[in-house]
Design a protein around this ligand. Structure first.
Ligand code: ADP
Ligand code: MG
Length: 860
């Protein structure tokens, strides 16, 4: 094998689970299986290379300057990419150029700006289980955040995964046994199960203490959490493996308890459309979409974290609310703050790139611009009265020294790449100035040479030019008879000209070309010195990033509250949820009709199980979600869409939708529905809020009714759960629960019926309804009049108990409608209608069925 191939295979061996990008000149090349995979995934041509073996090695490559987009495609598909660079100058290398892997890019360890989404954290998760407990750690290396917790059930681990939605999950065998299947089922990600030696915990404790600069695990709140310790330690080790360097800038870890935050399982997050819509996974149409009016990416990411982690502590929530209130009321303060925030850049990610040495010159200008607004920001914060805002103005570090360094050193519009030169300002480094002068003077020297030579030779068309092959030359146009001095050395003959060099010209060339090369090298050196200096200040910079993020998040909540007419909720621990004129925050923005507000009265006593009936499309689902979302918003620290709201802290929210309504997920099985119901029954507490939307409809009527009934009784029962529950159902029989159960109350959504028409009033009222208005809804949906009329007649018969005769009578009436010669089809339609249980239909099912019937009727 060729020496290069030997080197390649050695490297590939160490990174066997990665696609190896092997630098050859201006390309990254891939060989063998990597080449086959990459050429397929990247749609690039597969070629071959002689490698000393009998067959050519499969090979493909991408240009180094556009590698990022290819890497992006590969990691999006779940591959890891190891980047192997030439680590010595090929010109001075003896034998084969030395190469090393300088970075491993994996979905969860990306730092490149182009590969990241501004408004989303990019998380890597590590889960370690010792069979009893789970250590769970997530980190975003692009922002330097690490969160860790220890959990006792696999259900909770799934909830945490749903909270962060990591791009990459590493786990050990024990954790994999319990988690691989549920993870693959719920999230479109395959966990990376690693061997036990990967989780070897010797030296992890020391590593963690060193990383976070502590002497005892107790200081980190990790003393009694052995599984969490392994998860964090392995996380640190993996980040270093990926970055090939220490990650000193991550010097804080947030150790939390899952009980600190509201518990929302994956299904609930999906159903409530908190950060992405159910159908197409978009942000538009979600709660986050409504709440996100942040001015900065740092704020957008923090707001998302707040939305993902609603609080349970009244004081903490009120701290946020008080600041949101101040910014809502004090319009000037808010506008000034947002005006300043709009001028900032994503310094959080710049700090990471700075620390990991992948900074570009423009990052420093972005950093400088951001630092330039700090005096203004400090001034605004110091005017605020609420604790969260005003406390940030105390001891505010304006980083004047850092600003001044950047101001003195970096040009205002530098190139993206250092290699292009022109990054360092004049006056910052004497040597650079001198070299630049030499380069500039060089130009005039050349002009001088040109003038001199013209004079000496008398050739007016003589000129000095440059090309890559010969360097500087003197070009003389061919004329009838021309002579050049002896010291001219001919280098090239063109059709109309001759090109020469002279010793003096060569000397100048060395000075000029040498200067431009040296100046770039020197600029890189100076840039590196500046970077190192800044890296010492990451702690101070991170604090600024944090202040900007918090101020922005609060300002966004205030802006939204103000623009959308929200009100400050009153938060307590009393277990009641009382809302006046509540609205659904998303539907009120998306719906074409005017949104009709509704009240809510829930408590742990007389009003804890609300049975909600009403026809399809009346607004039951919307109403129940609105209650859940208002509660969630309040616990985030947001104002809520209502005219007043008192929210007793809720520990968990559960939302379930009957299987047949959940078409989008493609898993509309009754089994799944019952699975989720059982999850609620096992995990809900008296402090939870449960939303049950048409549970039980995925099976036959009697089964469904029985299950719905039993579930309602169970959640209502204080000895079992006693949670606050909203239960929408088409089983009107459940209305009898009011009166039987002390906490059950019937509600329905008002509908106005005039003749054959119905109008949805969207108002929730006390009392149940036993009318589904299925046929009227079908009429609204545009089903042909004939079919509707026919359906009504059948319904009358069915309701009068005259089922046996229904079809016969219907047939007679059909005859009287003068379509007698279509006897058979008409009878078929009538039979079908007679056998339908219209009350169990969803609108879609009703429409489909009636469409089918109508088609049949038209065909006759
Ligand atoms: P149900 O669950 O009773 O079948 P939905 O809650 O799905 O009904 O509501 C149907 C449609 O009615 C929603 O898409 C929404 O646009 C509209 N809607 C619901 N509630 C209201 C309301 N309070 N004000 C205005 N429109 C509403
Ligand atoms: Mg519904």
């Amino acid at each position: 094998m060729t020496p290069m191939m030997v080197q390649y295979l050695q490297t590939k061996n160490e990174y066997s689970d990665c696609i190896l990008f092997y630098r050859l000149g201006d390309f990254y090349e891939m060989f063998f299986d990597d080449a086959i995979v990459a050429s397929r995934e990247l749609e690039i041509t597969l070629t071959g290379k002689d490698c000393g073996l009998s067959e050519r090695a499969p090979m493909c490559g991408v240009p180094f300057h556009s590698a990022t987009s290819y890497i992006q495609k590969l990691i999006q598909r779940g591959y890891k990419v190891a980047i192997c660079e030439q680590v010595e100058d090929p010109k001075s290398a003896k034998g084969i150029v030395k190469r090393e892997v300088i970075r491993v890019v994996t979905p969860g360890t990306v730092i490149d700006e182009e590969l990241l989404d501004d408004k989303n954290n990019n998380y890597l998760a590590v889960v370690f289980s010792d069979t009893k407990k789970y250590g769970f750690a997530v980190s975003d290396i692009s922002t330097g955040e690490i969160f860790v917790t220890e959990i006792s059930s696999s259900d909770s681990v799934i909830n945490e995964i749903a909270r962060y939605e990591p791009r990459e999950i590493i786990l050990n065998h024990n954790a994999g046994k319990a988690l691989n299947t549920p993870i693959e089922l719920r999230f479109s990600i395959t966990p990376d199960e690693q061997e036990d030696e990967f989780f070897d915990d010797t030296a992890l404790k020391g590593k963690i203490l060193a990383q976070f600069n502590k002497t005892d695990l107790g200081e980190l709140n990790l003393a009694d959490k052995p599984c969490a310790v392994v998860a964090v330690g392995v996380m640190l080790r993996y980040l270093e493996y990926a970055q090939k360097q220490t990650i000193g800038y991550i010097n804080t870890v947030s150790v939390y308890d899952v009980e600190q935050y509201m518990d929302l399982d994956a299904a609930t997050r999906r159903n409530l459309e908190i950060t992405e819509t159910m159908r197409d996974k978009q942000k538009r149409g979600t709660l986050l979409w409504v709440l996100d009016k942040t001015c900065t990416s740092m704020g957008a990411r923090l707001l998302k974290q707040w939305v993902e982690k609603p609080l349970l502590n009244v004081l903490e929530i009120n701290k946020r609310l008080t600041s949101v209130e101040e910014l809502t009321k004090n319009i000037m303060l808010r506008d000034e703050l947002r005006g300043v925030l709009n001028k900032t850049y994503d310094i959080s990610r710049i700090i990471s790139r700075l620390s990991l040495n992948s900074l570009n010159p423009r990052d420093l200008i972005a950093l400088k611009m951001t630092l330039s607004i700090l005096p203004e920001l400090q001034n605004i914060l110091s005017q605020a009265k609420s604790e969260m805002l005003s406390s940030m103005s105390l001891g505010f570090d304006m980083l004047e020294d850092v600003y001044s360094l950047l101001e003195r050193s970096i040009k205002d519009e530098p190139p993206v790449h250092l290699r292009d030169g022109g990054v360092i300002k004049t006056g910052f480094n004497e040597e650079i100035d001198k070299l630049r002068l030499a380069m500039k003077d060089g130009k005039s020297w050349l002009a001088q040479v040109e003038a001199e030579e013209k004079e000496k030779t008398g050739l007016q068309k003589l000129k000095v030019g440059y090309n890559k092959v010969f360097g500087y030359y003197i070009e003389v146009g061919k004329s009838a008879n021309f002579t050049v001095p002896d010291y001219y050395v001919r280098k090239q003959t063109l059709a109309n000209a001759e090109r020469y060099i002279t010793p003096k010209l060569k000397e100048l060339e060395n000075t000029i070309l040498g200067a431009s090369e040296r100046v770039i090298a020197l600029e890189s050196y100076v840039f590196e010195q500046i970077r190192k200096k800044l890296a010492e200040d990451t702690e101070r910079l991170k604090r600024v990033a944090q202040i900007i993020a918090i101020a922005d998040t609060l300002s966004s909540l205030a802006e939204v509250a103000y623009k959308n007419n929200y009100v400050m909720p009153q938060i307590d621990d009393k277990g009641e949820i009382t809302v006046k004129d509540g609205r659904h925050p998303v539907v009120e923005k998306m719906a074409k009709e005017l949104f009709v507000p509704n009240d809510t009265d829930l408590n742990t006593d007389t009003d804890r199980l609300l049975i909600i009936t009403g026809p399809n499309m009346a607004g039951k689902s919307t109403y129940m979600r609105q209650v859940a979302l208002i509660t969630l918003m309040a616990q985030i620290g947001s104002f809520v869409p209502a005219s007043s709201a008192r929210i007793g802290i809720v520990d968990k929210i559960f939302t379930r939708i009957g299987a047949s309504d959940d078409i989008a997920s493609g898993q509309s099985t009754f089994m799944l529905e019952m699975n989720e119901v059982s999850h609620i029954l096992r995990n809900a507490t008296a402090k939870s809020l449960i939303i049950l939307d048409e549970i039980g409809r995925g099976t036959s009527t009697f089964d469904g009714l029985s299950i719905a009934w039993a579930v309602a009784e169970y959640v209502h029962n204080k000895k079992k759960i006693g949670a606050k529950t909203l239960f929408a159902t088409h089983y009107h029989e459940l209305c009898t629960l009011e009166g039987e159960l002390d906490g059950a109350k019937n509600y329905s959504i008002a509908v106005k019926k005039r003749g054959d028409d119905i109008t949805f009033l969207r108002k929730i009222i006390r009392g149940g309804t036993d009318d589904s208005y299925g046929i009227e809804v079908a009429a609204l949906a545009g089903v042909p009049k004939e079919v509707i009329a026919s359906a009504k007649r059948v319904l009358q018969k069915v309701e009068s108990g005259d089922m046996d005769n229904a079809s016969r009578h219907e047939k007679e009436e059909v005859i009287s409608d003068q379509i007698d010669f279509f006897d058979n089809t008409a009878k078929e339609i009538a039979d079908e209608l007679a056998n339908m249980d219209v009350t169990t239909f969803t609108p879609i099912e009703a429409m489909n069925k009636l469409y089918e019937l109508s088609k049949k009727a038209k065909n006759v």
